[in-house]
Write a protein that binds this ligand. Structure first.
Ligand code: FUB
Length: 341
C-alpha cells in the first residue's frame, strides 16, 4: 500500500513518534537543500533546525509547529542536526538530538520544554559521555516498566560509531571519562566499519538516563543482537542483518523490541528481548528498501493500532537528502512477529 507524505511543504525524515496527551507528535529531522557534494560520510545531510508535527487522529490534519530548536541556539553545536527523539518525564518534554560538536565529533544533546510542541531550550553542553548519532529515548513506564529512561544511540560510517575504540588501540591508558570508557580515533572516520571472518558487528549503545534526563546515570554499554540459530552476536560481514543506525525501542506484550536500519542494505530490521539492555535476538525485517539511501523509523501505538513511521524520497524524486515522513499500520502475529498491515 502506497502512503503519502505527512507534510509536503517541507522535507522531513527520521520520524520519532510519541503519543502525548492523546495526541500524536512526530519529532523528525528537517531536511534542506544544499550545495554540499554527496558522499558516503553523509555530509549532504546538513540540517540546522527541528520542527515538530502533530495530529489529533490518523488521516487528520497535520500541524507543523514551526522551528522548535535552531542550531544557533545550541552553544556546543557546529553543524548537522541529525535524527532526534523526544521523551516525557517529570512533567516536562525533552528533545534529544545528535550534532557535531566544535571539534566535528558527533555528540548527543538535550533541550527541554514545558510543552510537547516546544519550543525547546538547549543545555549549554552535550550529554557527558555521549557520542555518535541517532538517539532514541525509551521511558519504561506503564504497569510492567521500571519507570526509568534509557538512551539508545549509535550509527556507523558517517555516524562515527566505529571511531570509538578501546584506549589500548591508541596506546592510551584510559577512556574519555567514567561514562564513556572508549577513545576517539579520527583515522576511522568516514564510510568504514569492522569486517572479516569472525569479526563481530559493532552494537548499538545504551545507558540509563539520570532522573533529570540531562546526564547518563551509568557507563555506556554495548547491546548485542544475536543470531537466532547460533545465539552468537551477528557478524560484521552480515550486512543484511547487522546494526547500522536508527535505533528504536518499544515494548509490546511485555517483550522489548529493538529495531534499526541495516544501512547499506537498506532494511528496517528488528530483534526482541526481555530487558531494555538486551541482548536482543534477530527476528526479521519490518520494511524493505524504500526510494533513497537511508531508512529510519519509529514505532508507536496510537488510537488502538500500531504504526510504523518511516521516510522515503518519493516527493523529491529520489534525492537522498530530501526525504518525507510517512506512516503505515503494522500488526503482530501470534508469535509477536511484526508485519505491515
Ligand atoms: O538524517 C541524517 C541521518 O540519516 C540520520 O541520522 C540517519 O539515521 C539517516 O537517516
Amino acid at each position: 500500500m502506497a502512503s503519502e507524505p505527512l507534510v509536503k511543504h517541507i522535507y522531513t525524515a527520521d520520524p520519532s513518534a510519541h503519543v502525548f496527551n492523546n495526541k500524536l507528535y512526530i519529532y523528525p529531522s528537517h531536511d534542506r537543500e544544499t550545495d554540499i557534494a554527496f558522499n558516503d560520510n553523509g555530509d549532504q545531510y546538513d540540517m540546522n533546525d527541528y520542527h515538530v508535527l502533530s495530529m489529533d487522529r490518523v488521516g487528520g490534519e497535520v500541524t507543523d509547529h514551526g522551528v522548535v530548536l535552531h542550531q544557533k541556539d545550541v552553544p556546543w553545536v557546529s553543524k548537522q542536526l541529525w535524527a532526534p527523539d523526544a521523551a516525557h518525564k517529570n512533567g516536562k518534554y525533552y528533545l534529544v538530538f545528535p550534532a557535531r560538536d566544535k571539534e566535528g565529533i558527533f555528540r548527543i544533546g538535550v533541550a527541554s520544554s514545558a510543552n510537547p510542541e516546544g519550543p525547546f531550550k538547549a543545555e549549554e553542553s552535550y550529554i557527558r559521555g555521549s557520542y555518535s548519532i541517532d538517539p532514541a529515548v525509551f521511558v519504561d513506564d506503564g504497569e510492567q516498566g521500571d519507570g526509568e529512561a534509557y538512551l539508545y544511540f549509535g550509527g556507523i560510517w558517517g555516524g562515527q560509531l566505529q571511531c570509538w575504540v578501546e584506549p589500548s588501540v591508541l596506546d592510551k591508558n584510559e577512556g574519555e571519562n567514567e561514562l564513556n570508557t572508549l577513545v576517539f580515533d579520527a583515522s576511522r572516520s568516514g564510510p568504514q566499519e569492522p569486517s572479516g571472518k569472525g569479526t563481530l558487528a559493532l552494537g548499538p549503545r545504551v545507558a540509563r538516563l539520570s532522573k533529570d534526563m540531562f546526564s547518563l546515570a551509568e557507563p555506556v554499554r554495548e547491546i548485542h543482537i544475536l543470531d537466532p540459530e547460533t545465539g552468537e552476536p551477528i557478524g560484521a560481514d552480515d550486512h543484511a542483518r547487522r546494526f547500522f543506525e536508527a535505533a528504536w525501542l518499544h515494548r509490546y506484550n511485555g517483550t522489548y523490541y529493538f529495531s534499526y536500519s541495516t544501512g547499506d542494505t537498506h532494511y528496517l530490521a528488528y530483534a526482541t528481548g526481555s530487558s531494555p539492555y538486551g541482548p536482543f535476538t534477530y527476528r526479521g525485517r519490518i520494511l524493505e528498501p524504500v526510494l533513497g539511501w537511508t531508512t529510519h523509523h519509529s514505532i508507536a501505538e496510537f488510537q488502538g493500532k500500531w504504526w510504523l513511521f518511516y521516510h522515503d524520497c518519493e516527493l523529491s524524486k529520489g534525492v537522498d537528502h530530501l526525504r518525507s515522513v510517512k506512516m503505515r499500520e503494522i500488526v503482530y502475529d501470534e508469535q509477536g512477529a511484526i508485519r505491515l498491515a
